[in-house]
Structures are given as structure tokens and as C-alpha cells.
Design a protein around this ligand. Structure first.
Ligand SMILES: NC(=O)C1=CN([C@@H]2O[C@H](COP(=O)(O)OP(=O)(O)OC[C@H]3O[C@@H](n4cnc5c(N)ncnc54)[C@H](OP(=O)(O)O)[C@@H]3O)[C@@H](O)[C@H]2O)C=CC1
Ligand SMILES: CC(=O)N[C@@H](CCC(=O)OP(=O)(O)O)C(=O)O
Length: 337
């Protein structure tokens, strides 16, 4: 059994992780942590997340001595804000722990990226260089070898899983940037109260227009420029991305279907993508599951793809668990289906 610790366990993704680690046959849920001065210190996790009552009643321990945690840990899951993960990760790494970071702190290599999009100067360039991007269906070979895995963002997961098969097969005309419009439920903003996620303030609307940090994350890892516009919807969880792109000369519906099959044809249980063909993806079918559903339709030289995930699961915690499974040679969907 691998001793597994969750930092940021009281948050939305942290609570999902706690349930998964608890049910995993090879992981021992060894400790749940919150910040040193957390208002929730020492409360049972199940007091905050009632669905875990009788399942995960472990207390939320204040993280006052990360080195002591590191000394006991095989695996550390950082379900913390970008700056917190940035500051904590290297200490766990230096003690030899496997670190799976759900934040954006180690996702994108590149000068000035963090100062421009995250508002802080990255202080750990060597680890940033070594970090492996945890897009499970596409990076498994690198994930198997990595000590630090940067779990992708939620919008980037939905977007890349749909576009990557077509780009890899040369079926997209990159001169016309794919256009990604995506709607997220409010849990994407985390559990902490703020005006953005306040019930009476939430209305379906675009945000981060031409400035969201996920645009460069998507473009970098796809190696293709994109137009990306996120929207906030008045529902709790789930993301639907609707993506419009121009096909390359010679590409057609048959070639698109073949590229999708080639990318995601392996047997059930080995990855978390479900192909819908000409059906459209819906949030209802993926919420509370680890799956990304992808549908598409071709008309002439254009394609419209729809891609749906649960932002807290395939967009964060279940993708982190897929990465743990890959890294430790367990079946990829262990504890997820
Ligand atoms: N929500 C989503 O859909 C997605 C989130 N992510 C990323 O995952 C990470 C977690 O997100 P989410 O679960 O939504 O966040 P939440 O805001 O819901 O939870 C954050 C957690 O971190 C804890 N925390 C805050 N400061 C510290 C600290 N210094 N040391 C230890 N723990 C701390 C909080 O508890 P307390 O404040 O009481 O200490 C809380 O448990 C973020 O980086 C987010 O960007 C990625 C993809 C999707
Ligand atoms: C609805 C909402 O606010 N969503 C978040 C994205 C959450 C996510 O994917 O996380 P990372 O911050 O880890 O990249 C946002 O737009 O900032």
C-alpha cells in the first residue's frame, strides 16, 4: 500500500480525491491537510462534505510541518491554489515523494508565462522543466517515469482530448485557428466564497475574453493556436466545450472518424474517453463520472466537435487518479469506475 496524503482536502477536488484514494485497493489514505490557519482545522472531512459520512471521517489536519508529512508519504496530491502548490511541491519532491499537482503551477514551460498569466514569478525552473503534463490518454509513457505530474486544467482537458487526434493526423487547417467556446459549472471556481460564485451573481456569461490562462495552456500542448472563450453557467459541475475548426484539404468525415478511433480505440477500462460519433456530448452524461464524451459532425470543410467532462473529475481529480494509476502500473481506471 502506498501512503497517500491530500493537501487541500477540504476543497471540491480534494474531497473527490479523498473518496477515490479511500476506495483504491493499493493506496492508503494516510492524511488530509488544510492550511495551518484553516477555519476547518481538525473537523472531520465528512462534516464539510456530508456525502462522505461513514466513508471518510478522517480529520482535516493543519499543515504546520510539511517536512514531517513528506517523511511518511509515498504520494502527495496537491489540491491547492497555484501559488500554494508552487511553494509546497519542491519540498515533497526533494524527499522523494511522487507529487500530483492539480493546480496550474507546473503545467506550462516558457519565459514569462507565470508572471503574465498567474501573477507570480516561477521560482522552480528545474522542476518546471522536469514536470510531466498529465493528460492521461496522451502522455502515459512520460507519466510512467515522472516524479512531478502537472494535472491539466479542466477546459484544457476537454479541449485537447477532442482536438488532439485530428491535429496529430494532420486533419486540421491550422491557418484557421480552432474556436473553442466552453461553459463551466460554478464548482470550477473552487469552494471558497466569492462574488464570482455567489448564487445571485452567477449568470450565463463569457469571461476572461482573450485573456484566460487556459488559452496558452491549450495552445502550447496542442502546438496549435486557438481562440478560447470560457463561460460560467448557473449549474454546479460539468464542462461542455463546443469547438469549430476548418479541416485540412483532403480531410473528410471518414478520415476524422478513423483518427478518433485510432486515438481512443483501446479497450474499455484503459482510458477515459468515450466516442459518440455524430451524437452531441452532454454534461448530464458525464457528471459524477471520470469520462470525457466526444461527438463531432463534418460539413464540407468544417467540423464541429462537442466535448463534455465533469470539471472536478476528468477536469481535475479523476485525471490525477488516472496519472497515479499509470505511474504505479495499476489499471488506469482503478478506483474510478
Ligand atoms: N475546481 C475545479 O474544477 C478545478 C480545480 N483545479 C485546480 O485544483 C486546485 C484545487 O481546486 P479546488 O478544489 O477547486 O479548490 P478549493 O478552493 O475548493 O480548495 C482549496 C483547498 O486548499 C486548502 N488550502 C488553502 N491554502 C492552503 C495551504 N497554504 N496549505 C494547505 N492547504 C491549503 C483549502 O483549505 P483552507 O483554506 O481551509 O486551508 C482547501 O482545502 C486549484 O489549483 C484549482 O485551480 C483544476 C481543475 C479543475
Ligand atoms: C468556472 C471557473 O472559474 N473555472 C476556473 C478554471 C478551473 C480550472 O481548471 O483550474 P485551474 O485553475 O487549475 O487551471 C477558471 O476559469 O479560472
Amino acid at each position: 500500500m502506498l501512503n497517500t496524503y491530500i493537501i487541500g482536502a477540504s476543497g471540491y477536488t480534494g474531497a473527490e480525491l479523498a473518496k477515490m484514494v479511500y476506495t483504491h485497493p493499493h493506496l492508503n489514505l494516510a492524511g488530509l491537510y488544510v492550511s495551518a490557519n484553516s477555519l476547518d482545522a481538525n473537523k472531520p472531512l465528512s462534516e464539510l462534505h456530508g456525502q462522505l459520512k461513514g466513508i471518510v471521517d478522517l480529520p482535516l489536519t493543519p499543515l504546520v510541518d510539511p517536512a514531517a508529512v513528506a517523511a511518511q508519504a509515498d504520494i502527495v496530491l496537491l489540491a491547492t491554489a497555484h501559488e500554494v502548490s508552487h511553494d509546497l511541491a519542491t519540498m515533497f519532491l526533494s524527499k522523494g515523494c511522487q507529487v500530483f499537482d492539480l493546480s496550474g503551477a507546473f503545467r506550462v514551460k516558457g519565459d514569462d508565462f507565470y508572471s503574465q498569466y498567474y501573477g507570480f514569478e516561477h521560482q522552480h525552473q528545474q522542476w518546471l522543466e522536469k514536470a510531466v503534463y498529465g493528460l492521461a490518454e496522451w502522455n502515459s509513457q512520460a507519466i510512467e517515469q515522472a516524479q512531478l505530474i502537472a494535472v491539466p486544467g479542466c477546459y484544457p482537458t476537454a479541449s485537447q482530448l477532442a482536438l488532439k487526434p485530428l491535429l496529430k493526423s494532420g486533419l486540421i487547417d491550422k491557418n484557421q485557428w480552432p474556436v473553442i467556446n466552453a461553459v463551466s459549472g460554478v464548482s470550477g471556481a473552487g469552494r471558497k466564497a466569492s462574488m464570482v460564485n455567489s448564487f445571485c451573481e452567477v449568470s450565463l456569461q463569457a469571461y476572461g475574453v482573450f485573456g484566460h490562462r487556459h488559452q496558452p495552456e491549450i495552445a502550447t500542448h496542442l502546438d496549435c493556436d486557438v481562440i478560447f472563450t470560457p463561460h460560467l453557467g448557473n449549474f454546479k459541475r460539468g464542462i461542455l466545450a463546443t469547438i469549430t475548426a476548418k479541416l485540412a484539404p483532403g480531410a473528410d468525415a471518414e478520415k476524422v472518424a478513423a483518427a478518433m478511433q485510432k486515438a481512443y480505440q483501446s479497450q474499455a477500462g484503459q482510458h477515459a474517453v468515450r466516442l459518440l460519433g455524430e451524437q452531441t456530448a452532454s454534461i448530464q452524461n458525464v457528471v459524477n463520472t471520470c469520462f470525457c464524451d466526444i461527438g463531432w459532425k463534418v460539413q464540407g470543410q468544417h467540423i464541429i466537435l462537442t466535448s463534455a467532462i465533469d470539471n472536478l473529475l476528468k477536469g481535475a481529480s479523476s485525471q490525477a487518479m488516472q496519472c497515479i494509476n499509470i505511474r504505479n502500473n495499476y489499471p488506469q481506471l482503478t478506483a474510478l469506475v
